[in-house]
Design a protein around this ligand. Structure first.
Ligand code: EPZ
Length: 420
């Protein structure tokens, strides 16, 4: 299994182009099932999760072709599609469950494995299923699979108990071909939800209110093929911003949308980083006069501080001056990185949903393990500031959500060796 060997890194310097958003492209790829026309999707990041979604679509009878140089994917869901998603693929990537809404809307039936839990939590899909049944689907759960059937989905008013990103996306996709109007209330307002709505509207859907907590979808008869460019990945961008901070460097990110980074930018300024919007993008510079200080972080649904940045920011806080409290309110078990950071000398105590991080002078290199995608990224960041060498195993987690994270960081001055 591949590993990273990482040495202490001098301050990162230079410019880095951010790629397309993993959490926007996955639902957009699933949504391409809704039309027989060709969909050309640009700025698709070359990630293992995207390849998994591609395999899933092909297993359903959808044609997917990559133009790697252009970073574009053409999806064609013309012809007969299969109504069953394979256990092997769905268990590999929970986001595969996002094909459920489109298949139900397009075929009137779907059989999908219930996605299991993962390292960060039980990850139920009850809100997805509650919404589908409100729209008239018969739902049967048995043998680890869920089957949904509806001759024709009907518009419904659905109140989400939690502003779930996946449930909002799945139900929005199911509603675009349903009869009448569907109203989703208390829904997720993440930029990735807005990007999906923009994609669907460009294909002829009638969706209003994406980005607010109430989305209205008027069903249409059919969708047509379209072209769409995926928004930049705000979590990859945030990860690089923390990389600049943790190495006390000075880097500029291009292809970023400052609006999507507000909670991360605000928190970095709070710990004394200089963050400036320039004509090239966003510059993150460590001021040589002010030390990086502690700050409290509480993850919340957008536009609160993103849960997907919690682990990376905690790495930064381990060597900040003072004590920080990091509270994870979105997932019930997203502190798997704490044990690994402690092996590197971090001083962290977990009290239920909060971690108390006492800043230490410096971390030391150690053998550690990536437990999930963002925890793995957090360990790469910690390793760059640690003295000595760090070995990170199970880095396949990192490759799921970051395209060449090691190579991009090395371009900025890091010393990361990928050992197969
Ligand atoms: C999406 O996951 C992202 N993944 C996650 O990013 C991200 O952490 C999460 O949204 C929150 O922002 C993709 O977009 C592919 P949720 P999703 O449904 O849709 C509970 C990464 O690192 N819930 O908003 O699965 C759930 O248990 C990944 O890139 C229910 O209880 O997240 C969790 O506690 C990790 N019932 C909370 O809601 C449901 O039916 C948030 O989950 C659905 C969710």
């Amino acid at each position: 299994m591949a590993k990273f060997l990482i040495k202490h890194s001098s301050p990162l310097k230079g410019e880095i182009k951010i790629g397309g958003s993993k959490n926007a492209v996955l639902p957009v790829l699933a949504a391409s099932i809704l039309t027989e026309g060709d969909c050309v999707i640009q700025d698709v990041p070359y990630l293992s999760d995207v390849l998994t979604m591609e395999k899933l679509l092909e297993s359903l009878g959808v044609r997917v072709s990559w133009d790697k140089d252009a970073g574009a994917v053409t999806v064609s869901a013309a012809g007969k599609l299969r109504a069953e998603a394979s256990y092997e693929l769905v268990s590999k990537m929970r986001a595969s469950f996002l094909v459920m809404g489109p298949l139900l809307a397009r075929l009137g039936e779907v059989k999908a494995p219930l996605p299991g839990g993962c390292a960060i939590g039980s990850r139920p899909v009850d809100l997805h299923l509650k919404g589908f049944s409100a729209m008239g689907a018969d739902i049967i759960q048995e043998h680890g699979f869920v089957r949904a059937k509806a001759r024709k989905l009907k518009g419904a008013r659905v109140y989400l108990d939690f502003p779930s990103v996946g449930a909002t996306e799945n139900l929005m996709m199911a509603a675009v071909l349903a009869e009448d109007q569907t109203i989703l209330e208390n829904c997720a307002v993440e930029p990735e939800v807005v990007d999906l709505a923009n994609f669907l509207n460009s294909a002829g859907a009638d969706i209003r209110g994406a980005g607010t907590d109430t989305i209205k979808i008027n069903g249409v008869r059919e969708l047509r093929g379209t072209e769409h460019a995926i928004i930049p990945d705000r979590i990859e961008a945030g990860t690089f911003m923390v990389a600049a901070a943790i190495t006390r460097g000075d880097i500029t990110l291009t292809n970023v949308l400052g609006d999507h980074l507000k909670p991360v930018t605000a928190k970095l300024k709070e710990v004394h980083l200089n963050v400036m919007e320039t004509e090239r993008g966003i510059r993150v510079q460590c001021s040589d006069r002010k030390k990086i200080v502690a700050a409290d972080v509480k993850t919340l649904p957008y536009p609160g501080f993103p849960t997907d940045m919690q682990a990376q920011f905690m790495s930064l806080l381990t060597t900040a001056e003072g004590a920080s409290i990091v509270t994870e309110t979105v997932f019930e078990n997203r502190f798997m990185h704490v044990g690994e950071l402690k092996r590197m000398g971090a001083d962290i105590k977990i009290e239920s949903r909060s971690a108390i991080v006492e800043g230490v002078k410096s971390l030391t290199g150690a053998q550690v393990k990536a437990t999930d995608l963002r925890a793995g990224a957090a360990l790469v960041l910690a390793a760059m500031t640690a003295s000595g060498e760090t070995e990170i195993s199970d880095i396949y987690h990192i490759d799921r959500g970051y395209c060449q994270l090691d190579e991009k960081l090395n371009q900025l001055g890091a010393k990361i060796q990928r050992v197969e």
